[in-house]
Design a protein around this ligand. Sequence first.
Ligand code: EPU
Length: 429
Amino acid sequence: MDKIRIVGGQSLNGTIPISGAKNAALPLMIASLLSEEKLILENVPRLADVALLQRILGNHGVDITVNGKRNGDSPSAGQTMEIDARAIVDTTAPYDLVSRMRASFWVVGPLLARMGQARVSLPGGCAIGTRPVDFHLDALRALGAEIDIDAGYVVARAPRGLTGARIVFPKVSVGATHTALMAAALAKGDTVIENAAREPEIVDLADCLLKMGARISGAGTSTIHITGVPRLRGARHSVLPDRIETGTYAMATAMTGGDVTLAGARADLLESALDVLRAAGAQIDVNNEGIRVRRNGAGLFPVEVSTAPYPGFPTDLQAQLMALMTRAQGRSRITETIFENRFMHVQELARLGATIHLEGDCAVVEGNDHLKGAPVMATDLRASVSLVIAGLAAEGETMVQRVYHLDRGFERLEEKLSNCGAQIERISG
Ligand code: EPU
């Protein structure tokens, strides 16, 4: 298994190109199942999760071609993917694939809406919480589907098609909003989704569905209206920039000090995180190229932050913020409200010398300036990258194990950081 070796203490200076968003690319690829015509996605990041979803879609009979680089393309340009779901040969998504990536469960909505049936494995456990799928299933039932659970599989049927309905989510869910949106796009009549997630990735999916001929209004607000259409056509769509990758490198720069431009980043996608970084002492400027993050000399201030659905502070940046706050001058409080078990990085950060104690869903971080490198590992993607950030500021060598977590969601991480002066390398093993 590969490892990442970091020797801490260098400031970051230069430009980091921001990739297309993993959490937008995945539902967009899944949306291809809704149409017999080709969906062309641009700016798709090269990530292990994207490759796995290619396999899962291939299993349903979807043909995917990835275009090679053209002369003059920048090395950081994302891939262009032509996805052709004309012939769906199998409506089953098997356990061995779905259990490896939860988002692949989301094929259930489009398969059911277009084919009238789907048999999709329940995703199973997860490192950051129990993560049930009840909201997805309730939404599909509201649209008229019959749902049974059989031998670990969700068996969903709608032989006469789905019918528009009012769907009220008890709690904000990104995935269940994606499911409802995709299923309702092909249902007969009108659907209203209330307490919908407002994440930019929902808006990106809705924008793509609009290009495919769907009738949707209100995406980005908590009430989405959809009028179903009998069929969707092909389209071309570019994946929006990754706000979590952006926030991660912004925090890395605040952590080490330096001056980094996050090229192609969009500040409007992560205002709450940028506000927290400003409060912590980073200087943030938005320019034509993207977002410029600076911290020169001055120390870091502690913050009090709670994660919340968009536009609140994202749970996917909670671990990275915690790493940053281990260096602040004073006590920070970071409360996790989305997932009940997303503190697996606390013990690993402690191995690097951080002082953090947990009070229920709140982590209390006593900042100090004495991180020291150590071997560490993490059980999920965002926790792993928080250890990289801590390692960049720690004295001496940090070895991050289980790099496959990082490869799920960060494209060319070690290259992007070493181009800005970090001493970081991958050790194959
Ligand atoms: N929930 C339920 N029932 C459901 C669905 C969700 O109780 O049927 C609960 C969850 O257990 C959680 C809360 O609702 O407590 C919110 O979960 P949500 O459904 O919004 O999460 P998700 O759609 O499974 C996406 C991202 C996650 C991100 C969350 C929250 C993708 C592929 N995944 O997950 O990203 O943390 O939204 O913003 O978009 C990551 O990229 O590392 C990652 C974990």
